[in-house]
Design a protein around this ligand. Structure first.
Ligand code: IFM
Length: 428
């Protein structure tokens, strides 16, 4: 297969507020950077300075022909002090949504994407007894304010990634390690937040489409014949995603997660958001990567079939539209991103699943959390020092796919044919 048509799947790009906006705000991540916890000592105060460049970035989205844009709202900019909402924060995002709408670009808005106001963290973060109502008050204020401009909402981004990085691996604020009970309690709070936000958003915005953006991986045993590896792989998958997806989609308990008392089991999604990047090869409790496989700059295996394997798993259990809310790769040299895009979209093109949208991560290079500025996920190259944006060849390829509703043979020859992935060698 070289060229293909994508029918029924619309293409967009994704971002998150803390990763692109820049500027001063009292968020958990600005504090984390101030404590020098970012690998390359960078800070979200720089990022892509999007806060001051909305006009320029919306124009760039338009140049690329993008019609769907996933973005986040920085909670600390809207509610800088507990219970005190800032009209300037609302006005800024209203201006951004209006510009997007005027340019014919439909926003998909994430309410929680790894970052919270400092005051929320000071009160105990998601472990505080009133964390969920506090988040819901913010969510209600936002949805009421923007219901005329936004109808596509993501409540929570990647709950298990958030809980594990922050409470098990010590990599993200508050930096706890092996705090299993607290990781579980935080995950439960995020579940509760979604299950309460879902009906609330529909009450405020009857035409809304609401879902969670789940980080899903393919899990496989390092040695398929080793029963310990098989068991560890199944357990990892269950704990990382199976139980979580079930509870958030249906409101039913699935140990170790439970249904909140006030929740009636039912359907708590209008679409399934899947953030898909890689496959994990499991030999014990820690995550791993197979040997001699294609990998990106961060060592993540490139495994295109996984995007549809996971969508199929999800749709079979909880039927409904699938939105690939993130898919992309760290490739500073732009040496294999076009092939990555091509191979993942090719899987979607031949599948019989209702994959309605695909948002490429990321629009521009950005602040990649604990990795800082080094991991380059952008279709658009960003010079962080000068803030000059330069569309990469992969960005031109993506624009061509949007324009042609698929990959033409000419585009394949121009952007994909000559690209190969690096491999990771024997050690995995
Ligand atoms: O940058 C992140 C994003 O915030 C959540 N999903 C994975 C991306 C790449 O690591």
């Amino acid at each position: 297969m070289s060229g293909f048509t994508l029918s029924g799947c619309e293409l967009g790009v994704a971002t998150a507020a803390t990763q692109i906006e820049g500027g001063a705000a009292d968020t958990t991540w600005h504090r984390w950077a101030a404590a020098d916890r970012i690998t390359d000592h960078s800070t979200p105060a720089r990022a892509a300075d999007h806060w001051n460049r909305v006009e320029q970035d919306v124009a760039l989205l338009g140049e690329l022909g993008v019609r769907h844009y996933r973005m986040g709202l920085e909670w600390a900019r809207i509610e800088p002090l507990r219970g005190q909402f800032d009209p300037a924060g609302f006005a800024h995002y209203r201006d951004e949504f209006t510009r997007l709408r005027d340019a014919g670009i439909r926003p998909l808005v994430t309410l929680h994407h790894f970052s919270e106001p400092g005051w929320f963290a000071d009160a105990g973060g998601w472990l505080a007894p009133d964390a969920v109502p506090t988040f819901l008050r913010f969510a209600e204020a936002v949805v009421s304010e923007f219901a005329d401009l936004v109808s596509d909402w993501i409540t929570i981004n990647e709950p298990t990634v958030y809980a594990s990085h922050a409470y098990l691996w010590g990599l993200w604020p508050p930096g706890e390690t092996s705090a299993y009970r607290r990781a579980l309690a935080v995950t439960q709070a995020l579940v509760d937040a979604h299950l309460a936000a879902y009906p609330m958003i529909h009450r405020l915005c009857p035409d809304a489409k609401v879902g969670v953006a789940h980080h899903l991986r393919v899990f496989g045993p390092r040695s398929p014949r080793n029963p310990l590896h098989r068991g560890a792989s199944a357990l990892s998958r269950y704990l990382f995603q199976d139980a979580l997806v079930e509870v958030m989609a249906t409101g039913r308990s699935r140990p170790p997660l439970r249904r909140p008392k006030a929740v009636v089991p039912g359907r708590y999604y209008d679409f399934h958001g899947i953030n898909y990047y890689t496959r994990s090869t499991v030999a014990g409790l820690a995550d791993g990567t197979a040997a001699n496989v294609p990998v990106n700059d961060l060592g993540w295996e490139v495994y295109p079939r996984g995007i549809v394997e996971l969508a199929r798993w999800m749709h079979a259990r909880w039927p409904g539209p699938i939105w690939i809310t993130e898919n992309g790769t760290a490739d500073a040299a732009d040496a294999f991103r076009s092939r990555y895009v091509y191979e993942h979209l090719a899987q979607i093109a031949v599948s019989d699943l209702p994959i309605e949208r695909y948002y490429h991560w990321c629009f521009t290079d950005n602040f990649e959390w604990a990795e800082g500025e080094g991991a380059r996920f952008g279709l658009v190259d960003l010079d962080f020092g000068t803030q000059v944006r330069t569309v990469r060849e992969s960005g031109r390829f993506y624009a061509d796919i949007i324009a042609n509703h698929g990959v033409t043979d000419a585009a394949y020859d121009r952007w994909v044919a000559g690209q190969e992935y690096p491999t990771n060698g024997e050690d995995g």
